[in-house]
Design a protein around this ligand. Structure first.
Ligand SMILES: C[S@@+](CC[C@H](N)C(=O)[O-])C[C@H]1O[C@@H](n2cnc3c(N)ncnc32)[C@H](O)[C@@H]1O
Length: 289
């Protein structure tokens, strides 16, 4: 079967024609830099199909029209449906070991001496990444809150940011590489039978959560000593990725560190003033050409 000569997928309710898919892909790229893989069409159809149901729509064409009018709430759902929020505490442990090393080798002492220290978790999802960063920070600099030290945690998705801000997680899903790392984030004194556990209040104090679309202008100018943007750029097309890496390089302080996702790569790091210093880790060393 086809609509206007395009092959269609049968959803059981709404059908996603090739034309509709292309339109959705154009909207996703223009608004959020997202690159929709045609191979993921069935997944996209199923996830957005739920939105059609929620809005009582029977056609993807009508749904596209809602998004194109700029409906803020539906745009949220649209991006959420097209991306995944999967994350873990201390994901890619080697990155956090490098962060701690960096803090121990100088950043912590400089913060104690009054220097500004800024860390950014860009695309923080439900908060496991910034809380892990905060726990690493406190492991090296226990009285970090006394100094000009802050972690910025941003995501486009207000739903995950709400969870992040609450700092409350289902005990059975809060997995960690080691029990010691878990104790850094959650006080072991909490009720062992409780369904949910709370992150240590001291970690929360170090983090500011904000909504931010990474492909739009960033409302801050200061430099960051450490930026983590992991498993986010993977959704973006190559041109959007390239611009993003350049913008991170621009916002990094001299010698600052950038960490990216395990399946992401910066094609020619020196060209944008970055040098590889480990697995998916880069240091800002030289001025951009
Ligand atoms: C797979 S999670 C990664 C979480 C964490 N960084 C990690 O690696 O564990 C990807 C996150 O990127 C966010 N995201 C996707 N597109 C974005 C955009 N244009 N701006 C900001 N965040 C975005 C999603 O909402 C999602 O929470």
């Amino acid at each position: 079967m086809s609509i206007e000569g395009s092959p269609i997928l049968d959803t059981g309710e709404a059908q996603l024609s090739e034309d509709d898919f292309q339109r959705i892909a154009r909207i996703a790229k223009a608004g959020w830099g997202l690159n929709l893989d045609p191979a993921k069409k069935p997944l996209i159809r199923s996830r957005l199909g739920r939105r059609l149901k929620a809005l009582n729509l029977t056609e993807f064409k009508a749904y596209c029209a809602v998004i194109e009018t700029g409906d803020a709430t539906e745009s949220e759902h649209f991006v959420s449906a097209l991306t995944t929020n999967v994350t873990h505490f201390y994901r890619e442990l080697h990155h956090f070991e490098m962060v701690e090393d960096e803090l121990a080798k100088g950043l912590a002492a400089r913060a104690k001496a009054g220097e500004r220290l800024r860390i950014w978790s860009a695309g923080c999802s439900s908060g496991q990444e910034p809380y892990s960063l905060a726990a690493s920070l406190i492991a090296v600099l226990p009285d970090a809150a006394r100094y000009d030290v802050k972690i910025l945690a941003t995501d486009i998705d207000l739903g995950v940011l709400k969870t992040a801000q609450a700092g409350r997680y289902e005990a059975k899903t809060a997995a960690f590489p080691t029990p010691q790392l878990k104790d850094r984030v959650f006080d072991p004194g909490q009720d062992p039978d409780a369904r949910d556990i709370n992150v240590r209040p001291g970690l929360k104090k170090l983090i500011t959560f904000r909504r931010l679309n990474l492909v739009q202008p960033w409302p801050f100018a200061g430099q960051f000593q450490i930026v983590m943007c992991r498993n986010v750029a993977i959704y973006f097309d190559k041109a959007t990725q390239k611009t993003l890496w350049e913008r991170f390089s621009d916002i990094l302080a001299p010698d600052g560190l950038l960490f990216i996702g395990h399946s992401e790569r910066i094609p020619n790091p020196p060209e944008i003033g970055l040098n590889p210093v480990g697995i998916t880790s880069y240091r800002k060393t030289i001025a951009k050409n």
